[in-house]
Design a protein around this ligand. Sequence first.
Ligand code: B12
Ligand code: SF4
Length: 453
Amino acid sequence: MRILLYNPDNGVTRNFMPHLWMFLLQALTPAGHEVVLIDGNAQPMDEAGIARFVREQNIGLVGIGAMTRMIAKAYRMADAIRAVGVPVVMGGPHVTEEADEALGRNGGPRHADAVALGEADETWPRIVADAARGTLKDVYAPVDAFGQESKPSLKDYPAIPWDKIDLKQFNLVPKMAARALQRIGEGWGTFRIIPMESGRGCPYGCEFCTVTGFFGDSIRFRTNESVVNELLLLKARARSEGGQIAVFFIDDNFAINIKRTKSLLRDIIAAGAQVHWVAQISANLLRDEELVDLIAASGGKWVFIGMESIDPTNLADVNKGFNKPGEYAAVLERLAQRNVYAITSFIFGMDNDTVGVAERTLREIRTWPAGLPIFGLLTPLPATPLYKRLEAAGRLTRPKHWQEFIPFAMAHTPLKMTMIHSRTSRWAIASIFSSLGCVSAESISPKWALWRG
Ligand code: B12
Ligand code: SF4
């Protein structure tokens, strides 16, 4: 059977990196099937295009994975595929929480023949076997022989064959530029950011986040050896094709167990497996000087830090009181001293935010070492504690906001502001200026403010 794994774009913005789930499920597909990958971020497609593709390519099963933000597009694509008679199985964080919606059990139309709940590493081979026999079930849940939820241990993580996978669609160097770059110097024919995981799970349970609910609060790690081998494979591929590769460790908190992270980084260094990498690490864990030394020595270039707010009351409200705004500057300084830079992420729309929060935050950021600040709006994602709290308080203005994705629009009534201006796009521009170190007090005037009361 030919299987298509498809990840939609959200129709507005594009990811810079392919999704790990596609490569992982491809590696976990039982022998005898052929798997084709399409990431809508790299290869944009509409409904007619995907329907044509599955017909012409004789696809027997389509797997679609989507975050809440892409789910409306995912459903439209699934409908088009099912309309030409090809079954669709959906997975990922959104349908895990809203399986009835995908299966048309809540009064709406049915979009998927089957839904894979939670982590599908162990259920995927069963889904493929059932689809090949024409006996797909509605729901596949990751449970053990006793019906208890089971989480893959990651100790026997599959080897993703990075040396063989067709990565053409994921080259970030545009064709024209590639030719010019190759004339200037070797090694820039391709540039790819590759997702890799070294562990799963996060115990922190921030109110707005789906991770603790989805992956669980017990953390599981791959062996150091399997991560190092994967890095070596990627490094060899980049070298053999005269290109560049950077790795995004997608672990939610790459240093959640500092001892283990240090041991992994030491093994990377010892094996000469360094590539440039990015990882998400919470600010509280970056107090450790030795950890930051090892990050720099093992190829770490950027650390994504979920700072969320400069207001401790906000942070306490969303169960993220372990973030201490007072130490943000020192954390960034510690990284910058080693030429490691931070992507600092902020959320606006929390309950203690008042008019002018954007200006206040920006003022504070300007006092820190250069980095790349990014800004988002608080979003009540399905099944999160935040969603439940806002729903109970009658504050959800668009309870099914994902059915119509409107970029930069809020789905709940903020507490201390009367009106939200969707000017996040301007903020994105502001953040680029800021990252280049060229934000002056004048260039960001109050007219940039995100909110006006
Ligand atoms: C890396 C990452 C990104 C990357 C891009 C995604 C990428 N290319 O990988 C970046 C940094 C760009 C990003 C951006 C955003 N992200 Co993000 N991201 C992640 C992160 C950290 C890792 C994803 C990952 O690879 N996980 C590991 C794989 C193995 O897990 P998985 O994808 O869930 O897949 C497993 C199962 O879900 C299932 N599965 C998944 N798909 C399918 C499909 C089929 C057919 C089947 C059978 C099974 C299946 O099987 C897989 C193996 O078990 C997750 C958190 C997390 N730990 O997952 C958040 C996460 C996915 N992101 C999230 C969010 C909210 C966002 C943003 C909206 C943030 C923002 N405000 O801007 C944006 C949206 C981007 C967009 N284009 O619109 C949420 C999504 C929640 C939700 N309900 O949708 C998550 C869960 C984090 C959170 N805080 O809750 N993100
Ligand atoms: S926001 Fe980060 S630290 Fe908080 S629960 Fe989610 S993954 Fe964990």
